[in-house]
Design a protein around this ligand. Sequence first.
Ligand SMILES: C[S@@+](CC[C@H](N)C(=O)[O-])C[C@H]1O[C@@H](n2cnc3c(N)ncnc32)[C@H](O)[C@@H]1O
Length: 287
Amino acid sequence: MSAEGSITPAAESFTLSDQEFEAIAQFAHKHFGLALAASKKPLVSSRLARKLRQRNFTSFKEYLACLDGPSSEQERSGLLSLLTTNVTHFFREPHHFETLRNDVLPPLIEQARRGGRVRLWSAGCSNGQEPYSIAMTVLDLCPDAAKLDFKILGTDIDPVVVRHAKAAKYPEDELAQIDAKYRKLVPARDAEGRLPDSLRKLITFGVLNLIEPFPFRGRFDAIFCRNVAIYFDNPTQQKVWQAFQNALNPGGYLFIGHSERMSGPAAQHLKTAGITTYVNSPAGRTS
Ligand SMILES: C[S@@+](CC[C@H](N)C(=O)[O-])C[C@H]1O[C@@H](n2cnc3c(N)ncnc32)[C@H](O)[C@@H]1O
């Protein structure tokens, strides 16, 4: 640290060498599945330089060593946030929630009422608006969902956003944008300013890296993985699509982001059922 404050003279003039960019790109690919094109170097360089100054690192080398160090969780999470975006909002890409409401949920609710098991997954859920939007759709159609075997899972690789999602606190102006038919499910927040218990108890949150093998025994009836795979290279995307297909029940739905496309072997079984919407139709079955 310099005598004047927290910025070292060296830190004022960080420039990322090609080798250092390559090291960051390899790290991001290995640990997060991210594909960082060379054209991203100026952006990565300026964002990283800011991070290094904030965290009082004196060189990229020192920062890279810390990413592999024993207390690396915070640094890794910070790097991921810097290379991707957590942008999300309630009922983003609303046509998916219409399909959820009209086509996906009615038979699943019947199934749950007959004592069956229903599982929905928001994979790459960021700060939680996506799984809470799913929960609002469920609760509007099935107010007793929490008493049934009906569960929603919300996961993200970044522990910081998962903590936000669990905390379930959102600013009033964000909540105000929710359509009235769902807004009525958030009549008031609890004493700590959280979304109501009725929504929170439908969802379990956890940290999960989608490029690693999934730890689940049971399958899902619907998976939302939107605006996440866009950061992956094509082989990684194809592996993730395949892993989702394996994780879906026959007839289960996969929703992906508006600029993402299904590709690779999973496309044989994940049949288009709307805009960026796919139904799992394993060979020999019709959904
Ligand atoms: C733009 S947000 C998408 C949020 C929400 N699904 C939506 O569409 O509004 C992308 C999220 O993907 C997460 N992410 C990136 N790489 C991931 C990975 N390998 N495994 C799990 N989540 C990942 C990021 O942490 C971030 O929260």
